[in-house]
Design a protein around this ligand. Structure first.
Ligand code: MRU
Length: 359
């Protein structure tokens, strides 16, 4: 399990990443020393998936510091905040981006008096820790979630919440890989995931590499499959989870959850604690990214609609907690009523435990 090299920070202080916009037809790696390129790659979805965005941004900070030459502490500080601000502005919804940048900022602020090289080393250690912890969280989500999966199940998933989206084996797909490793025979329907096709391009690519049987279906097929009793459960990832368990994930997740409720099929969400927004009470307060209309009006760069047509292109939608059967984290399987607000301490203590185990 876990075969795809998606992101690596090298000892030459450059980030090598797999350009996910070209998959599955081309496996092309890009190399950069610039934090601005990292922000741009996140914005363009070359690097995507909530946890992976956070990891890339953390390394973006390290590069931003490394490739800046100054002897002046004030300038060093100003530059640091410019770097983190640029990365913060790359995408608004995934909590993991802000989780990672807040951790990097904390390390910077706690060590601001130290020698510049030492600060950089500490920032690199933190970015590595964010990457390693995410891989570990995926593993544990996989184990926790696999308890809900029985032999011969057919699972539908949306977008890509797998290896390509995280530092490890993935969240929703990590559960599927773990269940398969336990000897369970599974079949997956991968929603194509309009408009950027993370399902038919990325999830399919991963499922094949992990030898899971699957079919790609168009998003609007899901209800029919449920009616025909061809789906045992739906598992998706999350970009941000509010304290009350409302989930924001790839647009289309809401209609899947409504369809699951109608057809009495479990709707599961898998995500690490780093996706939970402990400070936000409910999903309605989460900003949903609106993306370029060209993603809908163009195919392979060619316009397919008339220029005067209006377009709405939100990247995500909100699944209210009452439609979610369970939320699977690295800690456990959470059932409603969800109250993550009170769990902040527990999750940070848990991350400390992961860290100690790593050392
Ligand atoms: O726009 P994307 O491709 O970054 O959207 C990704 C998703 O919606 C995933 O489901 C989510 O980030 C969870 S990834 C473990």
């Amino acid at each position: 399990m876990g075969m795809i090299d998606k992101l690596e920070y090298t000892n030459k202080h450059e980030l090598i990443f797999l350009d996910q916009t070209l998959l599955p037809l081309k496996e092309k790696y890009q190399k950069t020393k610039s934090y601005k390129d990292v922000a741009d790659a996140i914005q363009k979805l070359k690097i995507r998936g909530a946890p992976l965005i956070g990891i890339a941004a953390a390394y973006g900070v390290v590069m931003g510091v490394h490739h800046y030459d100054t002897e002046n502490r004030k300038n060093f500080e100003i530059h640091f905040y410019k770097v983190t601000e640029t990365l913060r502005n790359s995408r608004p919804t995934a909590k993991n981006l802000f989780y990672a940048l807040d951790r990097m900022t904390k390390v910077f602020e706690e060590n601001i008096e130290k020698d510049f090289n030492e600060i950089e080393d500490l920032l690199l250690r933190e970015a590595d820790a964010i990457y390693d912890e995410d891989a570990e969280m995926c593993k544990r989500i996989g184990v926790n979630g696999a308890e809900l999966i029985t032999d011969k199940m057919t699972i539908l998933t949306h977008c890509n919440a797998g290896e390509l989206a995280t530092g490890g084996i993935g969240t929703a797909l990590g559960i599927i890989y773990t269940a398969k490793q336990q000897g369970k025979d599974l079949f997956v329907y991968a929603d194509e995931t309009r408009p950027l096709l993370q399902g038919s391009r990325l999830t399919a690519f991963e499922l094949e590499q992990n030898e899971i049987d699957f079919d790609i279906v168009i998003d609007s097929m899901a209800a029919n499959l449920m009616k025909d009793q061809m789906i045992d459960c739906v598992i998706v990832g999350a970009d941000r989870i509010a304290s009350n368990g409302d989930v924001v994930n790839k647009v289309g997740s809401y209609s899947l959850a409504v369809n699951c409720a109608f057809h009495k099929i479990p709707f599961y969400v898998a995500a690490p604690g780093s996706t939970i927004d402990f400070e936000t009470a409910a999903g309605k307060d989460i900003e949903i990214e609106e993306r370029d209309p060209d993603e809908i009006t163009k195919v392979h760069g060619e316009k397919i609609t008339l220029p005067e047509y209006g377009v709405m292109n939100p990247a995500f939608d909100l699944v209210p907690n009452e439609l979610i059967t369970a939320i699977i984290t690295e800690y456990k399987v959470h059932y409603p009523p969800y109250n993550f607000g009170g769990l902040k301490q527990m999750f940070s203590a848990y991350i400390q435990t992961l860290r100690k185990e790593e050392d």
